[in-house]
Design a protein. Structure first.
Ligand code: ADP
Length: 608
């Protein structure tokens, strides 16, 4: 419930619309109540032609004065009153529902945007803890549950509550004794509703969890479909999906059982309550204290009351589902943004001197605890240097470079750019100075043009083309069916590996950031592609400060500084020649690998 209250700040800006909507509902409720009063003349004057009683019931006085405003005989007056009241009620409900729905949809849109912003502002650590499928399921299906509650159910809740209050007041106004008898149902109905609500909330929470698992499995098997097929694991994936779907089915059916039990039980309660009313009516009519018309009008109102009670009870149950989802959404919104700009953070205007790692240590934290991945890293890189990071897989190369754009924060020490701690810079300005080219090139399902211009959507066409030419991508782009406007498919699957890499290099050239982080591809492309990618990379690296996770001997040899990492420590650093002269780990490794031309990444054996 408290999670739902936390949605209030989203609702507050719409208070005006909500108030109008509520007023309209009150009017609609009034029209509805008056409609039930029309049962009185229908019974007494029209159907039964009962003579006027000396002491007219107050209901009769009220209804008569309403009818007398209309022309014609009693039957015509009744018909007109019925038409006018129904039309008035309809209009009020239409505008009220529309306004309420507008509020609901706006709230949900805002919630979605907030969630999206929040998720995108998380550090990379968050994404290793939260799988894509689960995040998407929270942002879509949980938000949909809340949307349903806020846009439709909230309108229903207001409408039915107003109506119920109006009807209760009305029945008490007509005959308080009859009304009190009818109210005997209230505690039982309330008790039932609360119990069912609690149970459905638990069931819903389980359902939402199951939807999340399902969406997680789906996301993985679809994005990894190549591997699924290559390993012939379709059946296995089918079984996994099947059991997750069955779990969802069970939790949904549990919720359905509770939900559908609600109406019949409420109905039974209402009928049980109706019996004493019959007895009461029988005696009072016999004593002549009530006319049949007044009794009919009260009964009609009581029957009318049953509908909002039933709906409210059902709504309560539906809201419990929304509470469960709201809780999951709030949990996501509550995740602390680990990496944020300090209050005094200033923008990095111009990178001009150096990047320094000063006694840096780093831990990864995950569900199983923390693990120290980098220890006491000291490294000074002058502007325009090319630094090659080498070391066996898992030695910490990727982690080290990911500290420069502040994808993670150090556990101890500091990363300094031109002498300023990166934590004292705004993330936006810092990252504007850094280009990243990874070996698993990520392209968006968008046009070639937009993929190249990703960092700068409004990029000048001339610069865009120059970037594509410098990365040797222009030629193959011109062969594509729509050239720069060709949509390249999810993750750029329509292109070859080399082509994808050249597009991502063009992207980095266009961004023109002074610092470059490069993760060299480990798998060899065919020699023509390889040559083009190499030439594109040397165009990209020109005049930039480059950190390259290097696998090619040619890159390593020509680097200004080679840093050898082992188990998170720098064990050697220097130029190719100086390291060979030293005769240490690098020299041993170099001799082993000279023939291959590559540094293996998967074998720890390369760095004993
Ligand atoms: P390299 O790039 O040299 O192969 P990494 O920097 O990727 O090495 O990894 C260094 C160590 O950190 C490895 O032991 C790896 O298992 C661990 N590691 C990498 N990424 C994460 C992560 N997101 N969460 C936890 N541990 C990680």
């Amino acid at each position: 419930m408290s999670d739902f209250y936390r949605l209030l700040p989203y609702v507050r800006p719409h208070t005006g619309k909500l108030t109008v909507s509520l007023l309209l509902l009150v009017l609609a409720g009034l029209a509805e109540v008056l409609t039930t009063g029309l049962a009185l003349p229908l019974f007494d004057s029209i159907l039964l032609k009962q003579p006027e009683q000396g002491n007219a019931h107050k209901l009769k006085v009220l209804v008569d004065s309403m009818m007398n405003l209309l022309p014609g005989n009693e039957l015509l007056q009744l018909s007109l009153a019925l038409l006018i009241l129904t039309a008035a009620k309809g209009l009020c409900l239409y505008f009220s529902n529309y306004k309420m729905s507008h509020v609901g949809q706006s709230v949900v849109m805002q919630l979605r945007n907030t969630l999206n912003r929040h998720v995108l502002s998380q550090s990379l650590g968050f994404f290793s803890l939260n799988s894509t499928g689960r995040l998407i399921s929270r942002m879509n299906s949980d938000v949909e549950q809340v949307q349903e509650a806020v846009s439709t159910s909230l309108a229903d809740l207001f409408r039915e509550s107003v109506l119920l209050v109006a009807l209760v007041a009305w029945v008490f106004y007509i005959d308080w004794m009859l009304a009190s008898l009818a109210m005997l149902i209230a505690p039982a109905a309330l008790g039932m509703t609360l119990t069912m609500g609690r149970r459905i909330r638990h069931a819903s929470l389980r359902s939402r969890e199951n939807v999340a698992s399902l969406s997680d499995l789906l996301q993985q098997s679809i994005s990894g479909v190549k591997i699924v097929k290559a390993f012939g694991m379709e059946r296995h994936e089918e079984t996994r999906f099947g059991s997750a779907a069955a779990a969802l089915f069970r939790s949904n059916m549990r919720a359905a059982r509770i939900l559908f039990l609600n109406s019949p039980v409420m109905e039974l309660l209402a009928v049980a309550c109706f019996i004493p009313l019959l007895y009461y009516a029988h005696s009072t009519i016999a004593e002549g204290r009530l006319t049949l018309g007044v009794y009919g009008a009260s009964l009609f109102s009581l029957f009318r009351m049953y509908d909002p009670i039933r709906k409210l009870s059902r709504l309560h149950v539906q809201f419990q589902r929304a509470f469960a989802s709201a809780g999951r959404i709030m949990e996501l919104l509550d995740t602390h943004v680990e990496i944020h700009d300090r209050a005094a953070a200033r923008p990095l205007e111009n990178f001009s001197r150096s990047i320094e790692f000063r006694d840096v240590s780093f831990d990864y934290r995950d569900a199983s605890g923390t693990s120290r991945v980098l220890r006491n890293i000291n490294l000074l890189v002058e502007r325009r240097m090319v630094v090659a990071l080498v070391g066996s897989s898992g030695s910490g190369k990727s982690t080290l470079v990911s500290l420069i754009p502040r994808f993670y924060d150090v556990a101890a020490g500091a990363v300094l750019i031109d002498g300023t701690d990166v934590r004292d810079l705004t993330q936006e300005s810092l990252r504007r100075h850094i280009s990243l080219v990874t070996q698993d090139t990520f392209l968006f399902n968008d046009t070639v043009r937009n993929n190249i211009a990703y960092g700068d959507i409004r990029a000048d066409e001339k610069l865009l083309r120059e970037a594509a030419e410098a990365s040797f991508a222009h030629e193959f782009i011109m062969q594509l069916p729509m050239r720069y406007e060709t949509v390249i498919g999810e993750r750029g699957q329509r292109l070859s590996g080399g082509e994808r890499q050249r597009i991502s290099i063009a992207r980095a050239i266009l961004k023109n950031a002074p610092i470059l982080i490069l993760d060299e591809a480990t798998s060899a492309l065919d020699s023509e592609s390889e040559r083009l990618v190499q030439r594109a990379l040397s165009n990209l690296m020109r005049d930039r400060t480059t950190f390259v996770i290097a696998h090619r001997l040619s890159t390593i040899r020509s680097a200004d500084l080679i840093v050898v990492l082992q188990a998170g420590r720098i064990v050697e650093a220097g130029t190719h020649e100086s390291l060979l002269d030293k005769g240490g780990l690098y020299d041993r490794f170099h001799r082993l690998q000279t023939q291959a031309g590559w540094l293996p990444v998967a074998e720890g054996a390369a760095f004993p």
